[in-house]
Design a protein around this ligand. Structure first.
Ligand code: GLA
Length: 376
């Protein structure tokens, strides 16, 4: 990928730039908890967006996407927003840096990636954090703090892409560290690296290749449900709510909002339980919690779909230790914690049965926990 990017840069703009990369992410557990002030447990993976970039001495950004085979050119004022949706991520990052008092000048860029789109692996966070990291390096002497880079990506989603997301994806993409998961407290923003030694087990992603689009999707509505319940319970976020509080207010909450909040309150505890289980090397409990999360995401939070429930059932039948839908939902992947000796037969069975049921093979990705945003 790197040599194609460099070659394309040279053909389009002449000479060479500096190469930056950032990563997609997995999340072991803690879904839809980030915007509720809860805990998440993500890690960056070895699927990346790479961009070759160089200041061009003008006030204009000229950028080419190899994967989409499309070119965009835009200025840096609010009125200059490009029409292509992929370019709005980059424009948004520029604008969010400028709004925070940072510096962005014109630059040329060519980028490509291998983070599967719409798979729940946060290709958009990888794109945002790659450009945020690069613009910090090129124009701000690296002075913008890492956390700020993650917030710049998140605000880009909110203000330029229509997704009212939490901080997990951009955080994981910026802070990712090889062989480590990160437990993030989304209220205090304290985080802890967690060496992920999973001797005897593998993490396998099974991508249903069902696409989801978070914009205009029920994602924003899920968040609104949670905020409504938090307001009703008189807490800032559902982080501070308990099942007792929720049950006491049940009569004033719609059945739908009740189910959403129930999931979030239960999920908050599951992340903590999984951390304890990991420390104790108790993978059976980790796996059991993953199945519980899937059930909650499917039945209470209702962000799963038939294909993903099907994959989850197959995992259970194959004796996979843990399995659940991962990411925002409405398509994408399941993440599976599988014993080494079971991995091949699980993958073969899931592939065969899924293809028979839905007419296409799911894509399989082994997970390698890797570094996040960086210069390469
Ligand atoms: C998407 C969002 C994240 C998070 C997850 C669900 O990936 O971008 O902020 O809410 O969904 O856990």
């Amino acid at each position: 990928m790197r040599s194609i990017i460099e070659k394309t840069f040279n053909e389009r703009f002449g000479g060479e730039g500096t190469m930056y990369a950032s990563a997609g992410r997995i999340n072991l557990i803690g879904e839809h908890t980030d915007y509720n002030g809860g805990f998440v447990f993500p890690g960056a993976i070895d699927k990346v967006i790479m961009a070759d970039m160089r200041p061009n001495g003008t006030g204009r950004v000229r950028v080419f996407s190899i994967d989409i085979d499309d070119y965009a050119e835009f200025g840096l004022n609010e009125a200059d927003a490009p029409s292509q949706s992929w370019a709005r991520y980059i424009f948004g990052v520029c604008r969010e840096i400028i709004k925070r008092g940072g510096k962005v000048e014109g630059f040329d860029a060519v980028f490509a990636g291998n983070v599967p789109l719409g798979a729940g692996l946060s290709s958009s966070a990888a794109l945002e954090s790659c450009f945020a990291f690069a613009l910090n390096d090129m124009f701000n002497g690296g002075k913008i703090a890492k956390f700020e880079l993650a917030l710049i990506g998140q605000s880009t989603e909110h203000n330029y892409c229509g997704v009212n997301c939490g901080i997990m994806d951009q955080f994981a993409s910026v802070f990712g560290k090889k062989d480590n998961l990160i437990r993030l407290d989304c209220r205090s923003l304290e985080y802890e690296y967690f060496p992920f030694h999973h001797e005897g087990y593998q993490l396998v992603l099974v991508d249903s290749a069902v696409k989801h689009e978070l914009k205009d999707s029920p994602y924003n509505r899920r968040r609104q449900s949670c905020e409504r319940v938090a307001a009703r319970l008189g807490v800032e976020t559902l982080r501070d709510a308990t099942m007792e509080m929720l049950d006491a207010a049940k009569a004033d909450i719609s059945a739908e909002d009740y189910s959403r909040a129930k999931f979030v309150i239960e999920e908050k505890q599951r992340v903590l339980d999984v951390c304890d289980a990991l420390i104790a090397g108790d993978y059976d409990t980790v796996g059991q919690k993953m199945y519980e999360t899937h059930r909650g995401l499917s039945k209470d939070y209702e962000v799963s779909c038939e294909e993903l429930d099907f994959l989850n059932d197959i995992a259970r039948e194959c004796g996979v230790t843990g399995s659940r839908i991962m990411g925002g939902g409405f398509g994408g992947c399941t993440i599976n914690l599988v014993k080494d000796e079971l991995a091949d037969s699980f993958i073969a069975t899931a592939t065969e049965r899924f293809e028979k049921a839905y007419g296409h093979k799911p894509k399989i990705y082994p997970v390698v926990i890797s570094d996040g945003a960086r210069k390469i």
